[in-house]
Unconditional design. Sequence first.
Length: 327
Amino acid sequence: MRILVIRFRQMGDAILATPLLSTLHRSFPDAELHFVLNERIAPLFEGHPAISRIITFSEAERHAPLTYLRKVWQTVHQTHYDAIIDMRSTLNTMPFALFSLRSKNRIGIRKPYTFGIYNYRIEGCEDAESMITHNLKLAEPLKPAVTDRNLTLSITEKEKTVFRTYMQHEGIDFNRPVMLVGVTAKLENKTWAEDRMTETLRRLLDTFPHLQLIFNYAPGREAENARRIYEHLGANPHIFLQIQAKSPRELAAMAANCTAYFGNEGGGRHIVHAMGKPSLVVCSPLASKTTWLPQDTDVLAWGIDANDATIEKVWNQLLAFCKKLAI
């Protein structure tokens, strides 16, 4: 059996697809499982045990209609797929199923325009539903024998060791806890207020003076925000601004060498979870913790919705989180 799973969009969304991939792999160990995603995040999924083949689309290909449709046609006609699972089921992704109407199982999301394209359609993610639960429903038409709800990535021990050596060279003492901090975010409307983040981190450093913080941020606006918070905290020597991951795989290797994560919800937090590390996040008004935080895995994942994210409430949660981890 050959199964094609399509999951364009961002890094965090793709990582949230890994429970579906693992469920399919464990249920059908002899099947070929092909995964379609954006080219720029594809390296993060290299070596994943559930994925037989990664099929990538560049931004240029995705925004050139004729080029895109030609590649979709070639993808589904070079390999006959027994099942096509379209995790978004948008007008952009529907051609995979449309060009493969002979596939026995064409699974997508119930939308007004998807009738007749998919022979199995599930409802969209409900307000109080976990995204993992929603994604796993896409496997139900295939009657999987087992269910795997864990977020997973495959980062080699060599990659982890190389990054650990780099962290030590930059001054990290692994005899003390290390917290990765999502101090800012890509989009302003997904970023917790800077003054609140600054005050919370000030209390954290005062209460746990042995704790080491690594600020995680991207170049540009995020870097400016991180530098400003660092300066407001008096350039505290326990904050490591210079330790940077140059790729998502390096970020995963860094997460593997950290004790925990605190900060804004986003793709970085999903990587942390996939590396088996606990996290406490402040969700944006656009991201419900019920939907985006796994609640029933072995990895601790706490979250605070934007409506509750006052300094006092976040600090009390963070204090409880650190005590639970014996930081």
